[in-house]
Design a protein around this ligand. Structure first.
Ligand SMILES: *Cc1c(COP(=O)(O)O)cnc(C)c1O
Length: 402
């Protein structure tokens, strides 16, 4: 599961990494290992996860599975990490990491804008377990520095942040976090490992919702954490084997299949997003568009410096009438689907009303709420640009915008 550092490009890695025991007669495309348990020699594996050695053979699928292991090897390689561990969903991955790193009396610093489920997990579940949570604007490293306390164990940020595509400067944040004796985890779901490699910029953990671009087809859920071998082994033991939210081998196989086309898909997502961003930026009903690849994005310089691909997710605000326009989009669109999620082959659009998400998920008030409103207005349309012909996406959006 370690990164063998072969001199290959990421598109090749996505196809072959971890496939090193190949012999004549082996399938070029292995199927999923759909078995709950594996033949075991007596005494080869301890019965407790606490006795799990690094070289233990496959034993029970919640512990390890050949298909899942192959996916983990590929994910570790793509993110230039030592090891990866996968979970049943992106939320399961974040929850596992939080439960591993944070205990009663500890403190979490969390980006004030992030995946809504993560914000709710922190505000509703962590605080119930006596873990303090401080939310900060993670686009300002000095705000993170000011939030750090002696009991801060983890700083969790997202870049680009869902749903407003705000960026965080990992290389500036990591030294501040480490100086305070804490660790930095970065959710890079939107960027994918082809767009951003947080570990190379100083992060301790990368989190991905595999449900999104990495699977890419919207047909299963999955999550992963990538980091140092020792930390991932601890996470596997405590938060995977004991908490139990493992990725099913069939899902791992679907995600491996998606991963094979990640590189060409990301090029298409990016090219289509560039075309759609230009359309929206020049449309009279549109107030602002946020896509890190555009010079119009307030942090485009940071995006250029750190991202290898700008991905296909963008958000935009309109000059009033957001809820009515959302209805109009849902009624008129024939190519883009009005639906949640992101990062799949098909384009998806959803409207996120500002007051709703501030109240239900982010729980922001005062200056923090004002800062979100300044960016998001009354609400943002989050558009995951798919890989359809760009002219068809654009015609669909033009008709729907009216
Ligand atoms: C979707 C998403 C998650 C949660 O992943 P699931 O697979 O839906 O559980 C976490 N972070 C980000 C940035 C996401 O977009």
């Amino acid at each position: 599961m370690t990164n063998a550092a072969k001199p290959w490009g990421p598109a090749t890695w996505a196809l072959y990494m971890g496939d090193h025991h190949r012999q004549v007669g082996d399938p070029v495309t292995p199927g999923p290992a759909l078995s709950a348990s594996f033949l075991t020699a007596p005494n080869a594996v301890g019965f407790s996860a606490n006795d799990l050695g690094a070289a233990a053979p496959h034993f029970y699928t919640r512990w390890s599975n050949p298909t899942v292991e192959l996916l983990e090897a590929r994910l570790a390689a793509l993110d230039a990490g030592e090891a990866a561990v996968t979970f049943a969903s992106g939320m399961a991955a974040v929850a596992a990491l939080f439960s591993d790193r944070l205990h009663a009396g500890d403190h979490l610093v969390l980006s004030d804008v992030c995946y809504a489920g993560v914000a709710e997990l922190a505000h509703d579940e962590l605080t119930r377990n006596d873990i303090a949570v401080t939310t900060v604007d993670s686009s300002r490293p000095e705000a993170i520095a000011a939030a750090l306390r002696p009991n801060t164990r983890l700083v969790h940020i997202e870049t680009p942040a869902n749903p407003i595509l705000r960026l965080a400067d990992i290389a500036a944040i990591a030294p501040l976090v480490h100086a305070a004796g804490a660790e930095l985890s970065v959710d890079a779901t939107i960027a994918t490992p082809l767009g951003l490699r947080p570990l190379e910029l100083g992060a301790d953990y990368v989190v991905h919702s595999l449900t999104k671009y990495i699977c890419g087809h919207g047909d299963t859920l999955g999550g992963a954490v990538i980091g140092r071998a020792e930390a991932i082994a601890r996470l596997r033991r405590g938060s995977l084997i004991h908490l139990g939210g493992c990725l099913a081998p069939f899902s791992a196989w679907l995600i491996l299949r998606g991963l094979e086309t990640l590189a060409p898909r990301m090029r298409l997502h990016e090219a289509n997003a560039r075309a759609v961003e230009a359309l929206l930026a020049n449309h009279p009903k549109v107030k602002a568009v946020y896509w890190p690849g555009s010079p119009r994005h307030p942090q485009h310089e940071l995006a250029q410096r750190t991202m290898r691909c700008f991905s296909g997710l963008l958000s935009f605000t309109v000059n009033g009438g957001g809820p009515a326009l959302a209805e109009q989009f849902a009624e008129r669109m024939r190519v883009v689907s009005y639906a949640v999620s992101l990062g799949k082959t098909k384009s998806l659009l959803v409207y996120i009303p500002t007051e709703d998400i501030l109240r239900s998920s982010f729980r922001l008030t005062g200056d923090a709420a004002a800062s979100y409103r300044a960016w998001a207005g009354d609400g943002v349309f989050r558009l995951s640009v798919g890989i359809e012909d760009s002219a068809d996406i654009i015609a669909d959006l033009e008709t729907a915008l009216g």
